[in-house]
Each structure stands twice: as structure tokens, then as C-alpha cells.
Design a protein around this ligand. Structure first.
Ligand SMILES: [Zn+2]
Length: 480
């Protein structure tokens, strides 16, 4: 889409399905646990058998309200459930309970950070609904099996206005929605397990036009990179159709990640011929204003606010604040270390540097690493020069692997920095004696060998020699 005559721009809206973190389903007491044996968590209510009556899971409503408020939506005192009727093998009762004309919340907005600034993306609506079951195409040879454990799992669908213009913006939006949902603790946001699913509406139009082109729906994107690649492929496909004088058809497309292409799923008529009827078994969902306001007051500090506060309160560079607030767990951890060490900049250096590197190597989360107070103790040992920075990094790895404290490790393994003149002199003399050639070359002017001697001494002392003292000794002994 180069600029100039006939240039096209993409218009993208995202529908994010968020699985709420509840133990029970939306309208019955069945478990929502992932990975249970197929069809073990089903009952007459989630199967819609005659006479079974749905009852509302209040906790799911609490989580949905929290999410809606975090995206600045207007939460409505009264919302209404409807039956969305369609026939599909993973929906044996023939309808899904969802909100249609009167959703839980509308007209939100959200500031998405982009490499060149921020962009406000409007949120059209957030509504509650139950999930359908799952068709399994790889269990029965030549057939399709259906697992209904997921039927009735509480979801919130978050629908954006078509305010996104590029695949990169769509990816940033989705990543930041996920980050906020994690801060809110309303969903585990696991894309592989389907806790966060996204559909995209994509159209193209001439740059400068306000009218919307015919859109297509993209489904089956289950990673951030999948979302970005799928939208890019669809924008290319539509741009080629328009450039060739053709018309884009309103269809639903599936993203094939392995082949890197989109393919049609079903026609417009089939996919949009939903009929909604009021759900006769559920009263309108009424949330008193006082409850909505109380929920607003209880919202946690969100990433944006926390990032700004970290910059202000701890005088951290923007980059540090960004990394440290990437998840709520990491931000909490950093703050605990900063307080315990009474040194935010050192806490930031240690958490962002050696700690994150070591966690990545081990594939563990910050929550299951060393306690904040234990890391603060290590920082103090480095700060008062009991151990060097490099030995400190080694001690941190030993702490992670053994669960021992920094002091224990330093003591038991004799890692404390050595400043004892006699011992330092012994190491220096041994190195100089073993490298008589280099000593001679140094004295004839090859001054850069200073670094070599230094390295040898540090090596023979296993990093324990005080570098300042060693430098002074070397200077004295190498003097002509
Ligand atoms: Zn059930």
C-alpha cells in the first residue's frame, strides 16, 4: 500500500473473546478446568435439556464489570440475555446464551501505545456470553468428535470500533488488551488453551475516504504473530482484488498458520443468519450503580499508570519502567525488591538484567524465583563490596538453583572479596612469575598487557580479588 494515486488503507476492528477466570460455568455448577477428560463437566443446564434452568454465576459478572470499567466503558445498570440461535455440532441445544441488544457495557476506549506514540481505539461494546463446545478433528479416525466441557464457560466479548489501520497496530492492541486483562486478574489469557481468542474484521478503502469498504471476517488466529500475519495476508488479498477492479465479497476466512494464507470458511448467509430471541429463563441482569462505582474504586493500578508512577517515584528511565510493568507479577516483585533494598535503581538493574536472564534460561516465572528480600540481601552484598558484581551474578544463579541465601553461599563457598594485602600479593607475584615474557614486554612499553595481568589475577583468585587493590599492586610491581 504505497502512497500516491490509488493508494489503499486497511480498516481493522478486533473482536476479542475473553474467557473469565471462574471455577464454575456461567449458568451452572460445572467446573471450567482445562484439560479434563472430554464430556465429564456437563449437566442438563449446559446441554439445554428440557426443564433445566440456568442460574447466573455472580463472580463472572464481577469479573466482566471489572474488565469493562478498565477499558473505560459505560457499564449499564440493566443488560439482557438473549438466545442466539444457530445450528452447529458443538452446540447441541441449538442456541448460545449471549447479550445482544442490551449488552453489559458500551462506548469504551483505550490508549494503545505504538512505536511512534499513542492511539485511542474505541471499544464499541463488551457483552457476556457462554462458550460453545469444541469439535475435535483428530480423535476419531475419519470422524469428528465433540467435547462439551467448554460449553457454558463464561466469556466476555470485547468489540472494538474499526479504528486500527495496520497489522502492527492490531497486534499492539491485542498485546496490550492482554496485559490489562492480566493486571485485572479476570482471565488467564492463555491463547494456546483458547482463553483469549480473536477475530478480525478487515476491509480496505482509498486513503482519504471515510466510507467503509466491504469487510471480511478472519478467524482462527491463535498467537500474536498469527494475528499480525493473517491481517497482513488479508489486506494484501483485498488490495489485489480492488487493484484488479474486482469487488471484495463479504465472507468469513480461516487463517492457516502453517501455509501462511487465508481460506474461505462459509458464506455470509450462513454465518450471519443468527436469530436472537429473549432468553425466557433468565431475568435481566441488574447491577446497582453503587456496585458499579464500588468496582471502579477497586480497580487495580493499570499498566499505563504504573509505568508513569515508576518513572516518577523511582526515577527510572522509560525503558526500565516499561519492562518492569510488562506483567503485574514482575512489577510487584520489583517494587518489593526496591523497598527491601532501599535502592530502586539497583533493584531495577538486578531485576531487569541478571534476574530476568536467569529466569529465561530456566523457563520459570518471577513469582517462583528468589524472594524479594533475598535479592535485596544480595544487592546489599554487592553494594558494600563484600562481593564483586560478577560474583554477585554467579551467587544469584546459585540462589535460584539451591534456594540458599546470598550470605550462606558467599560464606560457605568463600566468595567474599579479598582485600588482605598478603593474599593479594601472593596472587600477583605468582602471575608475574608465570609470565616473565609478558613482564619483559610490558617494561619495554607494551602497556596494554596491564589488562592481561589483571585478568590472570582475577582468574586465579576466582573473581575474589579486590580489583582496585590488584591494580595498585600491579602498578607498583611492574614499575621499571
Ligand atoms: Zn453444566
Amino acid at each position: 500500500m504505497s502512497a500516491g494515486a490509488g493508494a489503499l488503507e486497511a480498516v481493522i476492528g478486533l473482536e476479542v473473546h475473553i474467557q473469565l477466570r471462574t471455577e464454575r460455568k456461567l449458568f451452572c455448577g460445572d467446573s471450567t478446568r482445562f484439560g479434563d477428560a472430554p464430556n465429564t463437566n456437563v449437566c442438563p443446564v449446559c446441554l439445554g435439556l428440557p426443564g433445566a434452568l440456568p442460574t447466573m454465576n455472580g463472580h463472572a459478572v464481577t469479573l466482566a464489570v471489572r474488565a469493562a470499567l478498565a477499558f473505560d466503558c459505560e457499564v449499564h445498570e440493566t443488560s439482557v440475555f438473549a438466545r442466539k440461535n444457530y445450528f452447529y455440532p458443538d452446540l447441541p441445544k441449538g442456541y448460545q446464551i449471549s447479550q445482544f441488544e442490551q449488552p453489559l457495557a458500551t462506548t469504551g476506549q483505550f490508549r494503545v501505545r505504538l512505536p511512534d506514540g499513542e492511539k485511542v481505539v474505541r471499544v464499541r461494546r463488551m457483552h457476556m456470553e457462554e462458550d460453545a463446545g469444541k469439535s475435535l478433528h483428530d480423535r476419531v479416525p475419519g470422524g469428528t468428535a465433540v467435547d462439551l466441557n467448554r460449553a457454558g464457560t463464561p466469556l466476555v466479548e470485547m468489540v472494538s470500533e474499526p479504528d486500527l489501520r495496520t497489522p502492527e497496530e492490531a497486534r499492539a492492541y491485542l498485546q496490550q488488551v492482554k496485559q490489562i486483562l492480566e493486571y485485572l486478574d479476570v482471565s488467564d489469557c492463555n491463547m494456546e488453551e483458547g482463553s483469549l481468542r480473536v477475530d478480525a474484521n478487515v476491509s480496505v478503502r482509498p486513503v482519504g475516504s471515510q466510507a467503509l469498504g466491504t469487510k471480511t471476517e478472519l478467524k482462527n488466529m491463535n498467537s500474536f504473530s498469527g494475528v499480525e500475519k493473517a491481517i497482513a495476508a488479508e489486506v494484501r488479498r483485498q488490495s489485489e482484488i480492488v487493484a484488479g477492479g474486482g469487488r471484495v465479497e463479504h465472507i468469513t476466512l480461516l487463517w492457516d498458520d502453517a501455509r501462511g494464507e487465508v481460506r474461505p470458511m462459509r458464506s455470509k448467509e450462513e454465518s450471519h443468519d443468527y436469530r436472537y430471541f429473549p432468553e425466557p429463563d433468565l431475568p435481566p441482569l441488574v447491577i446497582p450503580v453503587a456496585e458499579i462505582e464500588a468496582a471502579r474504586g477497586e480497580l487495580p493500578e493499570l499498566p499505563h499508570t504504573r509505568r508513569e508512577r515508576f518513572g516518577r517515584e523511582y526515577a527510572l528511565p522509560t525503558y526500565d519502567a516499561e519492562v518492569l510493568t510488562s506483567t503485574r507479577g514482575l512489577a510487584d516483585y520489583f517494587e518489593a525488591v526496591a523497598r527491601a533494598a532501599d535502592d530502586p535503581k539497583q533493584a531495577s538493574n538486578w531485576v531487569m538484567g541478571p534476574l530476568l536472564a536467569a529466569l529465561k534460561e530456566r523457563g520459570i516465572e518471577v513469582g517462583s524465583s528468589v524472594a524479594p528480600a533475598a535479592l535485596a540481601e544480595l544487592i546489599a552484598l554487592v553494594r558494600d563490596a563484600t562481593i564483586s558484581q560478577n560474583v554477585g551474578k554467579e551467587v544469584l544463579r546459585k540462589m535460584l538453583d539451591s534456594g540458599r541465601s546470598a550470605k550462606e553461599i558467599v560464606e560457605e563457598e568463600g566468595l567474599a572479596q579479598v582485600r588482605d594485602a598478603g593474599q593479594l600479593e601472593g596472587w600477583v607475584d605468582a602471575v608475574l612469575a608465570a609470565h616473565a615474557d609478558e613482564v619483559a614486554r610490558f617494561r619495554t612499553g607494551e602497556k596494554k598487557l596491564q589488562g592481561f595481568f589483571m585478568g590472570e589475577v582475577m582468574k586465579s583468585s576466582r573473581g575474589k580479588a579486590d580489583p582496585g587493590e590488584v591494580a595498585r599492586l600491579l602498578a607498583r610491581k611492574l614499575a621499571p
